[in-house]
Design a binder for this molecule. Structure first.
Ligand code: ADP
Ligand code: MG
Ligand code: MG
Length: 889
């Protein structure tokens, strides 16, 4: 294998091997752009080194050969005393990663060659400045010396000289600083700063390799689900100098605004500076546009190059460049990060410019970005007082009074206050507090911390790991930088999409994208409308190409209408249990308590017209579109009073001697219906089989509602869905009874109602016997929530708050299987059930209901296994439409 590639040998498709930086440096070199020559050591070399602790045998010679070629091209040798070639050693993995080693510039300088450099450049100050930078960077990143020691020494030198910026230090000062820096290295690292240039280079290369496995890098990879075995490449690049005086400098640029997507001149420039000075904020940068007056020739060339890059990459690029005495050099480019809004705008702008087609535009945006645009957000016109920033763990904009424990969160929220729960970190005891709060803020922990995982599961706004905020739960206060103290009850605002934390109430504005989906906003000219127009176009592409249909989980007409506005093509799951609550609870209690058949029939008879009315409304809202109604699913105890409350009531009444007969019977029933594992108990189809008349009442309500709609010239398309079926026999029995009821209603109404009967596939046994079940089912709807619970053998409510964070941290899951479908396990059951079901009944309709139906990655999976539709909550419908389009294009 070849371990080293010259910049002229690589290209942008070799990111696996050359890392992002190396691949793009090669690409720019081949485009004929001015890139300082250099070479890249591959990720393969890194992997070998990390695996065995030694670099591959051939590497040293290959590096030597490439270095010699570089020296020949540049006409000078690395570290040569009278005219040194200097290089930078730069890390560069496939994905850019904070926590990886920093770049070391100016490698090749030594006590001797610093003199040569000074003479060649005719500038002592520059040479000593470069040398002190090398020792500083090398000391910190290669030898592990605390960087502050160097910074303190630099500050001391400035103070001694009574100057404020480093450019005011003269050659003699810098020379003294070099001596001091070398002493720091010697004391801290226990060795001299290496004077041999090749040794400097080799040590730096190894340090880059090693930095792949720092704790921070590992943590970051786990959080971002980047595989641990990719390794990093190392780039060795000949130095160009932005610190050679006022006609030199360094800068960053974007080919368009990463926040808005607008074309224009975006970036920063700093005269007489090297490397990280621009981002480090040591001196004030100037807007890139000012480069035009500073150095018109370089500016024009840069604009030209930016255009070349955009046309070549057909996307927004960001760029690092340096100007050395009027000569422009490109040091890095990549397809740039952007905000969610800019992603949509840029995609459509590029279509309009003819750079990409619509299919490509679809790949340039994601469902996650669309979801982000749908959250309400803080008004960006508002005056804000930012006090900290953490990790954007779960999106949304939340405002409330600071509380520091769950008990207070619950107490205050019960009395109608909005609260933000602030903890150092959360644990399972905080669950109720988290539910009660508008949002959650923690000062510790990352994206897989308890707070982050649970908040995302609940769809609650969360900022975590805001480390500069000091949370003192005992004293119920939090201290922000600058000594700002937030006491319990003070209002704070947290932005789960940016991680920013504000003091006071920041006004919230609805998302323009939601306003658009709701039909309250149309394309126009101002900023929000431009975004809306872009979203509108991308959604139109997605709808045109997608094969999957998208339905909504909706239980009432109001949700159904909203879902329709959001683009739902039917209802995939209408839960009927909500129709048994509220003031109907009493009827349900009577049904459960019924001692005689007559009593039971009475209560069912009373429930019938109520259910029917619900369905009429639903069919009307979804006229012409399919509506899948799930017959009663939850365990009956959920309809009865809480056992503790009831026991207390009964006990109190008994002590007063006026025990209520009904309460006593209720209590008996509660005890009788108590189950150790209700999730696995008497529920779903089992209810229909043991409570005579229950399911047939529901079927009758559906059929009569459909008949009524037909009479009113409507187009009802009901589908009756039986939950929790494990064997075809269960389904057959229920089906027989249902068919009979339907026949009766049809006869009375004198019309064919075309009611389909199908089942949920949410138990492993159902999936495993799908071929048999399809004999009695006209459709399957995969209930992937329950299927995940039963396949894994864990109950969601219990495990998400208890051990999921540990599992995520240990890397057992990359993501909760309730968030994204577990393809290997649950997914393979779905896949085989699809095949078996279709083998029995080729026209079997197949869908999925449950939260996975609105999860981007899962939607792609459902597309691949050939489902007909996904069903999700109304709010996720646009995301599902978009991802279905992306999956198909
Ligand atoms: P990062 O990944 O942190 O951006 P880079 O490898 O891009 O690290 O380097 C950090 C800084 O050093 C950048 O500003 C870059 O432009 C500058 N730099 C890197 N190599 C050279 C070089 N050969 N000559 C001049 N400046 C360089
Ligand atoms: Mg860089
Ligand atoms: Mg279920």
């Amino acid at each position: 294998t070849k371990f080293v590639y010259d910049f002229t040998e690589g290209n942008r498709d070799l990111k696996d091997l050359l890392g992002g930086k190396g691949a793009n440096l090669a690409e720019m070199t081949n485009l004929g752009l001015p890139v300082p020559p250099g070479f890249t050591i591959t990720t393969e070399a890194c992997k070998t080194y990390l695996g065995s602790g030694e670099e591959p045998a051939a590497l040293r010679d290959e590096v030597s050969a490439h270095l010699e070629a570089l020296e020949a091209a540049m006409g000078k040798k690395l570290g040569q005393a009278d005219d040194p070639l200097l290089v930078s050693v730069r890390s560069g993995a496939k994905f850019s990663m904070p926590g990886m080693m920093d770049t070391v510039l100016n490698i090749g300088l030594s006590d001797k060659s610093v003199q040569g450099l000074a003479k060649q450049a005719g500038d002592d100050r520059f040479a000593w400045d470069s040398y002190r930078r090398l020792i500083q960077m090398f000391g910190k990143t290669v030898l592990g010396v605390d960087g502050e020691l160097f910074e303190d020494a630099l500050d001391a030198a400035k103070t001694a000289k009574k100057v404020t910026v480093d450019t005011e230090l003269e050659a003699a000062d810098l020379k003294k600083l070099v001596t001091k820096f070398k002493r720091i290295v010697k004391t801290e690292a226990g060795r001299d700063f290496p004077q041999d240039p090749r040794e400097q280079m080799d040590l730096a290369i190894h340090a880059v390799f090693d930095s792949w496995n720092t704790d921070r890098a590992k943590l970051y990879r786990r959080q971002e689900r980047i595989p641990h075995d990719l390794g990093t490449a190392v780039n060795v690049c000949s130095m160009v100098f932005g610190n050679l005086g006022p006609d030199s400098g360094t800068g960053v640029a974007f080919t368009r605004d990463p926040a808005s997507g607008h074309q224009g001149v975006y970036g920063d420039y700093l005269q007489n500076a090297q490397g990280e000075d621009v981002v480090a904020g040591i001196r004030n940068t100037v807007p890139l546009a000012e480069l035009e007056t500073i150095d018109k020739k370089s500016y024009d060339q840069l604009m030209q190059i930016m255009e070349t890059l955009e046309n070549h990459y057909k996307d927004l690029c960001d760029i690092e460049f340096t100007i050395e005495r009027g000569q422009l050099w490109m040091l890095q480019t990549r397809v740039g990060k952007r905000t969610a809004g800019a992603a949509f705008r840029i995609a459509t702008q590029l279509v309009d410019q003819g750079l990409i087609d619509e299919a490509e535009a679809l790949q340039r945006v994601t469902g996650a970005q669309l979801a982000q645009l749908m959250f309400p957000r803080f008004d960006d016109q508002a005056k804000v007082d930012q006090i900290g920033r953490g990790i954007a763990a779960s999106p949304g904009a939340a405002v409330g009074k600071a509380v520091f424990d769950s008990y207070t969160a619950i107490k205050w929220s019960r009395s109608g206050e909005k609260v933000i729960l602030i903890r150092r970190e959360t644990n399972p005891d905080d669950l109720d507090g988290m539910i009660a709060a508008e949002g959650i803020l923690t000062s510790r922990g990352g994206k897989t911390s308890h707070a982050a995982v649970v908040a995302r599961g609940m769809g609650k706004t969360c900022v975590c790991g805001a480390e500069e905020l000091e949370v003192d739960t005992k004293r119920r206060r939090m201290t922000a930088p600058g000594g700002v103290v937030i006491e319990e009850g003070d209002v704070v605002s947290i932005d789960g999409s940016t991680g920013k934390v504000y003091l006071g109430e920041v006004p919230v504005v609805p998302s323009p994208v939601v306003e658009y989906f709701e039909g309250r906003m149309h394309a126009g000219a101002d900023d929000a409308d431009e975004l809306v127009a872009a979203v509108h176009r991308i959604m139109a592409y997605a709808d045109r190409v997608r094969r999957l249909r998208v339905r909504a989980n909706a239980d009432n007409a109001e949700d159904a209408l909203r879902a329709r506005r959001f683009g739902a093509q039917g209802i995939g799951l209408c839960r009927t249990e909500h129709m048994f609550l509220g003031d109907r609870r009493e009827l349900v209690e009577r049904l459960i308590l019924a001692d005689t058949e007559a009593e039971r029939e009475d209560s069912l008879k009373e429930l019938l017209p109520l259910q029917k009315r619900d369905f009429v409304e639903l069919f009307e809202a979804m006229d012409g579109l399919p509506v899948t109604i799930r017959l009663l699913d939850p365990p009956l105890h959920e309809f009865l009073p809480d056992v503790t409350e009831l026991s207390v009531r009964v006990a109190l009444a008994e002590s007063r001697g006026d025990a209520n007969e009904n309460d006593l019977r209720l209590l008996q029933a509660v005890h009788r219906l108590h189950e150790q594992n209700p999730m696995l108990g008497l529920r779903g189809v089992r209810l229909g089989l043991v409570i005579p008349g229950l399911f047939t009442m529901q079927v009758r309500a559906i059929a009569e509602a459909a008949a009524e709609r037909k009479n009113a010239k409507g187009d009802p398309r009901a589908e009756i869905m039986i939950p929790l079926v494990g064997t075809v026999q269960e389904l057959e029995i229920v089906r027989e009874e249902a068919d009979q009821v339907i026949a009766e209603v049809q006869a009375a109404a004198g019309t064919n109602l075309r009611l389909a009967i199908g089942t949920m596939i949410e138990l492993p046994r159902a999936a495993l016997t799908a071929g048999q079940i399809a004999e009695a089912a006209e459709f399957f709807s995969f209930g992937t929530n329950d299927l995940t619970q039963t396949v894994w053998g864990f109950s969601r409510d219990d495990v998400e708050a208890s051990f999921f964070t540990a599992y995520l941290e240990k890397g057992i899951f990359g993501v909760s299987p309730f968030e994204t479908i577990d393809k290997d396990g649950v997914g393979s059951l779905v896949k085989s059930a699809v095949e078996a079901g279709r083998a029995t009944r080729p026209d079997l309709k197949l869908g999925v209901c449950g939260e996975h139906g609105g999860d981007p990655e899962s939607v792609h999976f459902f597309h691949e296994v050939g489902l007909d539709y996904v069903s999700c909550s109304p709010f996720r419908i646009p995301v599902a439409r978009l991802e279905a389009g992306r999956a198909a294009s």
